[in-house]
Design a binder for this molecule. Structure first.
Ligand SMILES: O=C(O)C(=O)C[C@H](O)[C@H](O)COP(=O)(O)O
Length: 213
């Protein structure tokens, strides 16, 4: 898959809902009810971070949920890409980008949303064909004002800011012309997952899904 195709696919993905939930799950048994609650609340694109031993099983389980589009986050190496693909991930997300990771995603047909934190990184990815990128970590890097400043010289690049995004600042990002959607873990808090409070998560998803763009 070319970077251009990957960017088109990720643009479609980012346009499905204003928020992509970033999920950290320790137990694959919670995967299905969690995905069902998020999809039902209006958030179909789900990023499962490869930060736990259960993550690949979580991707397998969530992929069975109707209406969900499940991807893998925290992709660092070609091995991660291979494992994510094998588990059924439909897209990939990474905190940054290396040539080896980009090569692997292009070779294995996994549309990657690559992470970027500076104009030079964004330009390098743009040069390769990636017009849709993740701005990470968004808040610590200066937040919405930084992306607003980038929009002037880099209008061709659109972003999914992630890292520190919350209900308090999501609207500031979503109001920018170069922001397609945001990523965030707030819609799936660990305590609600542990206690199986799916109604609460569905409600958080519903609120996130109605954020204006
Ligand atoms: O592991 C990855 O690849 C990531 O994507 C990191 C996540 O984007 C952030 O950890 C989410 O940040 P919070 O919403 O502030 O919890």
């Amino acid at each position: 898959m070319t970077p251009q195709e990957a960017s088109r696919k990720n643009e479609d993905l980012c346009r499905r809902a204003p928020v992509i939930p970033v999920l950290v799950l320790k137990d694959a048994a919670t995967a299905r009810p969690l995905a069902e609650a998020l999809v039902k609340g209006g958030l179909p694109a789900l990023e499962v971070t490869l930060r736990t031993d259960a993550a690949l099983d979580v991707i397998r389980e969530m992929s069975q949920v109707e209406g969900g589009i499940v991807g893998a986050g925290t992709l660092l190496t070609p091995k991660d890409v291979e494992a994510a693909k094998e588990a059924g991930a439909l897209f990939g997300v990474s905190p940054g980008a290396t040539d080896r990771l980009l090569d692997a995603c292009e070779e294995m047909d996994l549309p990657l949303l690559p992470g970027t934190a500076t104009p030079s990184e964004a330009m390098r990815l743009y040069e390769r064909g990636y017009t849709v990128q993740k701005f990470f970590p968004a808040e610590s890097n200066g937040g919405a004002p930084v992306l607003k400043a980038w929009a002037a010289p880099l209008p061709q690049i659109r972003f999914c800011p992630t890292g520190g995004v919350s209900p308090a600042n999501a609207a500031d990002y979503l109001a920018l012309p170069n922001v397609l959607c945001v990523g965030g873990s707030w819609v799936a808090p660990a305590n609600a997952i542990e206690s199986g409070n799916w109604a609460h998560i569905e409600q958080l998803a519903r609120e996130a899904a109605t954020l204006a763009r």
